[in-house]
Design a protein around this ligand. Structure first.
Ligand SMILES: [Mg+2]
Length: 246
């Protein structure tokens, strides 16, 4: 991985930068991580973006408004201070129907994001099959408008045609990303579109955690190893070093 000053760095959050928690709000931000990312962003000329299934609002609660970001699996983004958020494509009736069904599934949480609906079952793994059936039925009401994303203990209904990969390709067409070599790190099946995108652009793909099959070219065992690698990258790029190792 030579010539690192010319990289554009795209990173998933949960399971990649941060250890997974039972609920999205339960994650812990390691001390020193925001400072490390801030330093990396400056060392890379601003070409650093968080690429998450979380909404932009949720990303900003973790890392308040510091960097470019892609939320809800590529359906909304902030680039150079400008935010793009499309209108939700579902009806209140569809949401009410999903919520009514969810109430019969103890331990399942419906998260209503700005442009997507996520059904989390990390706290109730036995509900996985029922959650999948519920999500598939919701998407089947209008497959041209809705797409289904399956993640770790979550089924998510998103606007059709969006992915982390399409968002990375969009960023790579404009400054400060254009002309750089994209690097994307992720941990989940929803990150595979991002791996495919950066592989196709001659970039580097990094899978974090256990996975029997991934298109990523490199792998790290866990988020701690990912953070350790970022710490070394920051040093190699001559970034600030007055923060703790996260
Ligand atoms: Mg993740």
């Amino acid at each position: 991985m030579a010539d690192r000053t010319n990289w554009a760095l795209f990173m998933d959050i949960d399971g990649t930068l941060l250890d997974l928690a039972p609920t999205p709000d339960g994650v812990i931000i390691p001390k020193g991580l925001p400072q490390l990312l801030d330093s990396l962003a400056r060392a890379l000329g601003g070409a650093l973006a968080l690429v998450s299934g979380r909404s932009l609002d949720s990303i900003d609660r973790l890392f308040p408004g510091l960097w470019d970001a892609v939320g809800c699996h590529g359906t909304e983004w902030r680039l150079g201070g400008q935010t793009f958020t499309p209108q939700p494509s579902w009806s209140d009736g569809l949401v009410a129907g999903i919520e009514a069904a969810r109430r019969r599934l103890p331990g399942v949480v419906l998260e209503r994001k700005s442009v997507s609906l996520a059904l989390h079952f990390r706290a109730a793994p036995e509900q996985g099959a029922a959650v999948r059936a519920l999500a598939e039925a919701a998407v089947a009401t209008d497959p041209r408008r809705f797409g289904l994303l399956e993640g770790k203990s979550v089924m998510e209904i998103i606007p059709a045609g969006n992915s982390k990969g399409s968002a990375i390709e969009r960023f790579m067409r404009v400054p400060p990303y254009a002309g750089r070599r994209p690097v994307f790190a992720g941990d989940d099946v929803t990150d595979e579109s991002g791996f495919t995108a950066v592989n196709g652009m001659g970039g580097h793909s990094i899978h974090v955690g256990d996975s029997p099959v991934s298109k990523a070219h490199f792998c790290f065992p866990d988020p701690l190893a990912m953070r350790h690698w970022l710490y070394g990258l920051n040093n190699a790029l001559g970034g600030d070093q007055d923060h703790e190792h996260p």
